[in-house]
Design a protein around this ligand. Structure first.
Ligand SMILES: NC(=O)c1ccc[n+]([C@@H]2O[C@H](COP(=O)([O-])OP(=O)(O)OC[C@H]3O[C@@H](n4cnc5c(N)ncnc54)[C@H](O)[C@@H]3O)[C@@H](O)[C@H]2O)c1
Length: 329
C-alpha cells in the first residue's frame, strides 16, 4: 500500500484523517510541530516532530520513508488572528507550504492533497457556492489558502505536481472510530463554543441577528469531520490512480443558521444554551453554503452525517467525556 505523509497530523482534521488512512491499510507518517496540535491525537502512528519550514528535514523524511503522497493540513486557521498577525499567517501557511513543495520536488513526490477553505470565496451572496465562483478572500487567512492554490495550479503546469485542493466549509463533530474531536486552543468554532456555554453556564455571544436570513443569524454549512476525512481518502485515491489536479468544495450543501445550531444543541443536550446577542463581526458573510455536487459526482463522496442533530450528538459525546477520554493507543 502507498505511504502517505500527513502534515498537521496532531491537529483536529489531520489526526482523524491519519487514523482513517491507517485503518484502510495505508502507510502513514505524521509530521507536526505541536504548536497547535496534541501529541495524544497521534497515538502510535509513526511521528516526526518538525516544522514544515524545515525543508532539509522534510527531504530526508520523504526519501527515507519512500513517501508516495502528502496530505497537507499544517497551517494556522484563525481568521481573527490572521487579521491581527498577517505576517505570521503568510510565513506559516504560505512559507510552510512552499518549503514542503520544495522538499517534495527534491524527493520526487508528485501527489498532494491540500487543506484549502471556503475562505477563498469570501463574501458571496449566492445560495450555494460552486467551485468556479470568483475568488474574493476577505482575510489574510483566506489569502494564504488562495495563494497556495495558485502555486499548485502553476506547479501542475510546470513541474508535473498533481494536487487536489479541498475547500472545507465548517468542519465539526467528533470521530466515532478514533474517538478524536475538536480541541482548538483557543476555540473559535461555533459548536464547541455552544457546548462550552452549556457546560459552564457562561453565555456565548452571537454575532448579529440582523442579516438577511430567515432568523437574522448567519448561515453556514456544517460538515462532519469523518466525512471530511473520507473526502481526503477519495482525493488521494484519485491522484494515486493517475487523476488530474483539481479542486473540490467539501460541504453538505445544506445551510444552518446560528440559532438553528443552538436549538440542535439544546435538543441533543436537553439543556438551555445561555447566550447574548452581540453586533455583527467584521467580514462575516450572511450565507456560506457549499455546492458539493462536483465532489459527489467526480469522487463519489456521500456524507454519512447529513443530519445536524447527528453531527451535534458526536460533538456532545466528545465534550461530555472531557477528562476521561480514551485517545488512540
Ligand atoms: N477546522 C475547520 O473548520 C477548517 C475549515 C477550513 C479549512 N481548514 C484547514 O484544515 C487544516 C486543519 O485544520 P484543523 O482544524 O485540523 O486545525 P488544527 O490547528 O487542529 O491542526 C493544524 C495542525 O498543524 C500543525 N502546524 C501548524 N503549523 C505547522 C508547521 N509550520 N509545521 C508543522 N505543523 C504545523 C499544528 O500544530 C496543528 O496540529 C488547516 O490547514 C486549516 O486551515 C480547517
Amino acid at each position: 500500500m502507498p505511504k502517505i505523509l500527513v502534515t498537521g497530523g496532531a491537529g483536529y482534521i489531520g489526526s482523524i484523517t491519519a487514523h482513517l488512512l491507517a485503518r484502510r491499510g495505508y502507510g502513514v507518517v505524521v509530521v507536526d510541530d505541536l504548536s497547535r496540535g496534541h501529541q495524544h491525537n497521534i497515538g502510535s502512528l509513526p511521528f516526526e516532530k518538525l516544522n514544515v519550514v524545515d525543508t532539509p528535514a522534510l527531504v530526508g523524511l520523504l526519501s527515507l520513508e519512500h513517501v508516495d503522497a502528502v496530505v497537507h493540513f499544517a497551517a494556522y486557521l484563525s481568521v481573527g488572528e490572521s487579521v491581527a498577525k498577517p505576517e505570521l499567517y503568510f510565513s506559516n501557511n504560505v512559507g510552510g507550504t512552499l518549503s514542503l513543495l520544495n522538499a517534495m520536488a527534491k524527493a520526487q513526490v508528485k501527489h498532494l492533497v491540500f487543506s484549502s477553505s471556503a475562505a477563498v470565496y469570501g463574501t458571496q451572496e449566492l445560495p450555494s457556492i460552486p467551485e468556479d465562483a470568483p475568488f474574493a478572500p476577505v482575510s489574510p487567512y483566506g489569502e494564504t489558502k488562495l495563494m497556495v492554490e495558485n502555486v499548485l495550479r502553476s506547479l501542475d503546469r510546470y513541474s508535473g505536481l498533481r494536487s487536489i485542493a479541498l475547500r472545507y466549509f465548517n468542519a465539526c463533530g467528533s470521530d466515532p472510530e478514533s474517538g478524536l474531536g475538536e480541541e482548538h486552543e483557543p476555540e473559535t468554532h461555533l459548536i464547541p463554543l455552544l457546548l462550552k456555554a452549556v457546560v459552564t453556564g457562561n453565555p456565548i455571544t452571537i454575532f448579529g441577528d440582523d442579516y438577511d436570513t430567515q432568523d437574522g443569524t448567519c448561515i453556514r454549512d456544517y460538515v462532519h469531520v469523518a466525512d471530511l476525512a473520507e473526502a481526503h481518502l477519495l482525493a488521494l485515491e484519485k491522484l494515486l490512480g493517475g487523476g488530474a489536479s483539481d479542486a473540490f468544495n467539501v460541504g453538505t450543501g445544506v445551510g444552518h443558521s446560528v440559532l438553528q445550531v443552538l436549538r440542535a444543541i439544546e435538543e441533543v443536550t436537553g439543556r438551555t444554551v445561555p447566550y447574548e446577542m452581540g453586533p455583527r463581526r467584521a467580514g462575516d458573510p450572511a450565507v456560506l453554503v457549499a455546492n458539493s455536487d462536483k465532489l459527489q459526482r467526480v469522487l463519489g463522496w456521500k456524507p454519512r452525517f447529513a443530519d445536524l442533530v447527528d453531527i451535534v450528538e458526536t460533538a456532545w459525546q466528545f465534550e461530555k467525556n472531557k477528562g476521561k477520554r480514551e485517545y488512540p493507543k
